[in-house]
Write a protein that binds this ligand. Structure first.
Ligand SMILES: [Fe+2]
Length: 525
C-alpha cells in the first residue's frame, strides 16, 4: 500500500532528480512500484463500492447467484469486524442495459480468521454479499449492477449469459475446467488462455488461492512442511483471497464460476474452524440441489448434470454426503440431462508420484455408486500436471467406466508434478500415501492385472492414456447426447495450439444407465 506521508516526503526529491536524470529516475520509480505491488492487487475503490464481483449458477438455468465484497478487510493484532447490516445487498438486472427493471435482495456476512497466538495476526473480511436472481430465461444475456443504492455505491453494469434449457440437444458451447490456480505469473497465463477460449462456464476444482502458503505477515513460502512446522497452527494470509478475487473479477463477473473445495481451502483456525473463507466467499446451489453443505452440491448446465463432491469431509456410506449423492443421482433423468459429470479435488486415477493413490479410501467408498449411475466424465485437480485416463472401473479398463481427467495445472506456486510412480525408484511407501485430512488407509497392493502383487505399475498404467507436466486448462464441449470434445491447452503454447484432444463418446446402448424407480413408474404409465 502507498503511504501518503512517505510520498509527500519523496516527491520533491524525485522531481529534482528527474530534472537531472529523467530516464534513470523513471526507471527507478517504476521498479519501486513494481516491487511494492508484486503479487498484491490493491483495491482502487473507496467506501462501500462493490469489488470482487462474481457470478455462479444455481441448480438450473433460471437462476444465478451474484456475489461481491464491500468495505476494507483488516489484518493485525487489533481488528474490529464490520457490521454486515450497514450495507444492503441489492442487484438490479434486466435484458436491456439501459433499463435494469428487476431488483433482487440478498444477504451479507463477514468472517474472521483468528489466531490467538503470540506473533500471529488476525483477519476480518470485508462485507460479503450474495444475491440470488430467479425467473431467468435460458440462453439469454442479462445486464446487472450490484451494491447498495441507498449509499450511492452501485457497481458498473456487467453482463452474463444464462445456461441453455436442459435437454438432450441443448448444451453450453464451452465449459472451461481448471484446478489449483493460485495467483502467480502462471495463473495469469492460464486465465488469459481461458478468456481467449470464450467459455460459457468455468469449473474450478479446488486449491483456489494458496493463502495457506503465506504467514500472517504476508511472507510466502514454497516449503510447506519446514515453514509451518514451528508455528502453533498452520496459519494463512487471508488478503491473498482478496487479491485473487480482484484479479478474477474480469472473468467471473461475466462467466459463471463453480468451485469445489481443495485441501488448501482447509485453512484451520482457532475454535477448530476450517474452510471458512471458502464457505463464506462463494455462493453455492447447495440448498437448491438438496444439499445442506457448501462442500457438495449439483447443478444442470443444459443437458449436463454436474455433481461436485467433497473429498475432505465424510464420504462413506453412512455419511450425509453419500446419502445426498444417492438421492441426487437417483433424481437425474438421463433423457433430459444425458451427460453426467462428477468433480472433486484429489484424483483416484493418477499415475504421478505426487499424491499417488492418496484418495484411495474415497475411491473404495464411492466408485461403485458413481459407476452404477453411469458417470461419463470425472474432473479432478490436486496433482500439478495433466493426465487423461481411458474408461476405467476398479483399476480395470471398462467401456462403461468414466474417463478421469486431472487438470491440477492451473498455475499455483508449488512445484509442478513431474515424476511418475511407475518410474524406477519412484514408487512411494504405501503407508506414506494417505492424506491426513482424508482419514483411513485403503491403498493396498493390486490383486490382479499386470501390477498384481505390487503397489505401483512398472510402466505407464493401462488406465493412463495421456500424461504431461505443463501448466494449462481444458475445454469441455458437448456436441450432442453421445459425443463431447475434450481439449487440453498448455500455457506455453500459442492460444490455438492443442496439447491433447479427444472425443469422449457415450454408449448408452451398451452401458444402460441406472434409472430411478420413480422414472420407471412414470415410463410405465
Ligand atoms: Fe490440492
Amino acid at each position: 500500500m502507498r503511504n501518503p506521508q512517505v510520498m509527500d516526503f519523496l516527491v520533491p526529491y524525485v522531481f529534482t532528480l528527474f530534472l537531472s536524470f529523467p530516464c534513470l529516475i523513471l526507471l527507478l520509480v517504476n521498479l519501486v512500484f513494481l516491487v511494492a505491488v508484486h503479487g498484491r492487487i490493491p483495491t482502487t475503490l473507496e467506501g462501500f463500492e462493490p469489488e470482487q464481483i462474481s457470478v455462479s449458477l444455481s441448480a438450473n438455468h433460471d437462476s444465478v447467484w451474484i456475489s461481491w465484497i464491500t468495505g476494507e478487510f483488516q489484518i493485525g493484532y487489533d481488528i474490529k469486524a464490520l457490521d454486515p447490516k450497514t450495507v444492503s445487498s441489492v442487484v438490479r438486472y434486466g435484458m436491456v442495459k439501459c433499463t435494469l427493471e428487476h431488483e433482487a435482495i440478498g444477504h451479507s456476512l463477514v468472517y474472521n480468521q483468528l489466531y490467538p497466538f503470540e506473533g500471529l495476526q488476525n483477519y476480518t473480511s470485508g462485507i460479503i454479499h450474495h444475491v440470488r436472481l430467479t425467473g431467468l430465461n435460458p440462453s439469454t444475456v442479462y445486464y446487472y449492477q450490484c451494491g447498495d443504492p441507498s449509499v450511492q455505491a452501485m457497481s458498473d453494469i456487467f453482463s452474463f449469459r444464462t445456461m441453455p434449457v436442459s435437454g438432450p440437444w441443448s448444451y453450453p458451447d464451452r465449459v472451461a475446467v481448471v484446478g489449483d490456480l493460485g495467483l502467480t505469473y502462471n495463473t495469469t497465463a492460464t486465465i488469459s488462455h481461458i478468456i481467449n477460449n470464450k467459455p460459457d462456464l468455468v469449473l474450478l476444482l479446488g486449491d483456489v488461492t494458496y493463502a495457506n502458503l503465506y504467514l500472517t505477515n504476508g511472507t510466502g513460502s514454497d516449503c510447506y512442511s519446514c515453514t509451518f512446522a514451528e508455528t502453533p497452527i498452520h496459519e494463512c494470509y487471508q488478503p491473498r483471497w482478496d487479491y485473487w478475487g480482484r484479479f478474477m473479477q474480469n472473468l467471473v463477473s461475466k462467466v459463471p464460476l463453480m468451485v469445489v473445495e481443495g485441501n488448501h481451502e482447509i485453512e484451520q483456525q482457532a475454535g477448530n474452524k476450517a474452510f471458512v473463507a471458502y464457505s463464506s466467499r462463494f455462493a453455492f446451489p447447495s440448498e437448491e440441489s438438496g444439499s445442506s453443505s457448501t462442500f457438495y452440491y449439483s447443478f444442470n448446465a443444459g443437458g449436463i448434470h454436474f455433481v461436485m463432491l467433497g473429498a475432505y469431509i465424510a464420504y462413506n456410506k453412512t455419511a450425509d454426503q453419500y446419502k445426498w449423492l444417492e438421492r441426487d443421482l437417483d433424481s437425474v433423468d438421463r433423457s433430459i440431462t444425458p451427460w453426467l459429470v462428477a468433480t472433486w479435488h484429489p484424483p483416484w486415477y493418477s499415475s504421478y508420484k505426487a499424491h499417488y493413490r492418496e484418495a484411495e479410501c474415497m475411491r473404495v467408498a464411492m466408485e461403485e455408486l458413481l459407476y452404477s449411475y453411469g458417470v461419463d466424465v470425472v474432473f479432478n485437480g490436486h496433482v500439478h500436471a495433466y493426465e487423461r485416463s481411458n474408461r476405467v472401473y476398479n483399476y480395470s479398463l471398462d467401456p462403461c467406466g468414466p474417463v478421469y481427467i486431472t487438470v491440477g495445472d492451473g498455475g499455483n506456486r508449488e512445484k509442478m508434478a513431474i515424476g511418475f510412480a511407475d518410474e524406477p525408484g519412484n514408487c512411494p511407501d504405501p503407508l506414506s500415501t494417505p492424506d491426513e485430512y482424508m482419514g483411513g488407509f485403503c491403498a493396498t497392493n493390486f490383486t490382479f492385472g499386470p501390477a498384481m502383487g505390487k503397489f505401483c505399475w512398472e510402466r505407464q498404467p493401462d488406465y493412463s492414456a495421456f500424461r504431461e507436466s505443463s501448466f494449462g486448462h481444458g475445454i469441455f464441449e458437448v456436441k450432442n447426447e453421445t459425443w463431447a470434445l475434450w481439449t487440453w491447452y498448455r500455457n506455453q503454447d500459442s492460444y490455438n495450439d492443442v496439447g491433447d484432444q479427444i472425443y469422449i463418446v457415450r454408449q448408452p446402448d451398451i452401458c444402460p444407465v441406472h434409472q430411478s424407480a420413480k422414472q420407471h413408474c412414470f415410463a410405465a404409465i
